[in-house]
Design a protein around this ligand. Structure first.
Ligand code: 5AD
Ligand code: SF4
Length: 351
């Protein structure tokens, strides 16, 4: 089948096989058609509203040693910080009350200082402000995910990073791909909206494994999927590798929109870091969410997952105005609701 026919099929049925995904990922001449189809599917299923999620990076301390990430445990070249409980809650209050955000996202490295009790205290503190609350704090037990939900958390983000099990084990020493998958099942079972995602352009990653990534998102029936290019960090073992491209990241994202038409998909910060119009391109190729970073600059500068990140997508007053202008310029608007997924497809993920 020609690429244009495959794209038409995906737009009509939201279903493609592995070989069909590979063919589209390999064909560079179909990119614009693919992006337009994903944009159209996004409009039909989730509309023109863009959901803003206020991101707070509350600790850059991490027990893991992921080879791609600047926060990895062995990186001594990084000043570590941990925000205080009341600082985190106060910043969330500011986001909700003063800036009108409908969702707060709490992200950190896997910092064991934040026990389940401490996290639940923070969750309860923030949930007073009538916002949806997303956590992105790594691998926990099923009981912990349940406790976060009981305390009021609404969503949880845990990228699978890559579905290529061997590549995962090479890049995430000491971690288990099987456990990560289990965590995603536990998150969904706890009643949290479940987010995952991958990096594109990891060293050794193949087109076929990107196709598998997209099929995995469908298999787990994810509610949110974040996709971004891998950007090499100079203080990591992958410093001399090439990294991913914006174009391929957009393709994986667009295909994800076609196969999971009703989910929430952010225009990721890594896309904007690679190109100044990366975010706008993403919003016109399937994305419907932006996560402005509201972490104070004194901390944000140290949350360096990859170089160039800390200047991107931050949410000082004037930056938010620029964002608002960008959104208006492409005929979209900032959504007024909390932006939960309104499921129009799929079933519950169980292992
Ligand atoms: N380039 C791009 N994304 C990265 N992440 C971590 N390190 C990098 C990097 N060097 C992503 C991972 C993680 C998310 C918080 O940031 O996918 O899940
Ligand atoms: Fe830690 Fe996450 Fe970075 Fe891995 S990707 S080192 S778990 S912060």
């Amino acid at each position: 089948m020609a690429s244009s026919e495959l794209i038409a099929k995906a737009a009509a049925t939201h279903d493609l096989g592995r070989d069909e995904l590979i063919a589209l990922l390999e064909d560079e001449s179909c990119n614009e058609t693919l992006f337009a189809a994903a944009d159209d599917t996004r409009r039909r299923y989730v509309g023109e509203g863009i959901h803003l999620r206020a991101l707070i990076e509350f600790s850059n301390i991490c027990r893991n040693n992921c080879c791609y990430c600047g926060l990895r445990r062995d990186n001594q070249n990084m000043i570590r910080y941990r925000m205080k409980t009341d600082e985190i809650i106060a910043l969330a209050e500011y986001a909700a009350r003063n800036r009108g955000f409908k969702t707060v996202v709490l992200q950190a490295g896997e910092d064991l200082f934040f026990t389940v009790d401490k996290m639940c205290e923070i969750i309860r503190g923030i949930k007073q402000f009538d916002v949806a609350l997303t956590l992105s704090i790594g691998e926990k037990s099923a009981a912990e995910y349940q406790a976060y939900r009981a305390a009021g958390a609404d969503r949880f983000l845990l990228r699978i990073e890559t579905t290529d099990r061997n590549l995962y084990h090479r890049l995430d020493p000491g971690m288990s791909w099987q456990n990560r998958r289990q965590c995603l099942a536990d998150i969904a079972a706890a009643g949290l909206e479940t987010g995952s995602g991958v990096m594109v352009g990891l060293p050794g990653q193949t087109i076929a494994s990107l196709a598998d990534d997209i099929l995995f998102f469908k298999e787990i029936n994810a509610d949110m999927i974040g996709i971004g290019p891998f950007i090499p960090h100079p203080d990591t073992p992958l410093k001399n590798t090439t990294g991913g491209t914006l174009e391929m990241s957009l393709k994986v994202m667009a295909l994800t929109r076609l196969l999971l038409p009703d989910i929430n998909i952010p225009a990721t910060t890594a896309m904007e870091t690679l190109a100044p119009n990366g975010q706008t391109k993403a919003l016109q190729a399937g994305a419907n969410v932006i996560m402005p970073n509201i972490t104070l600059a004194q901390y944000r500068q140290h949350y360096e997952l990859y170089p160039g990140k800390s200047e991107t997508n931050c949410a000082a007053d004037e930056t938010l105005q620029i964002l608002q202008d960008k959104i208006t310029a492409i005929g979209r608007y900032i959504a007024a609701d909390k932006g939960f997924r309104h499921k129009k497809s799929g079933k519950v993920f169980r292992l």
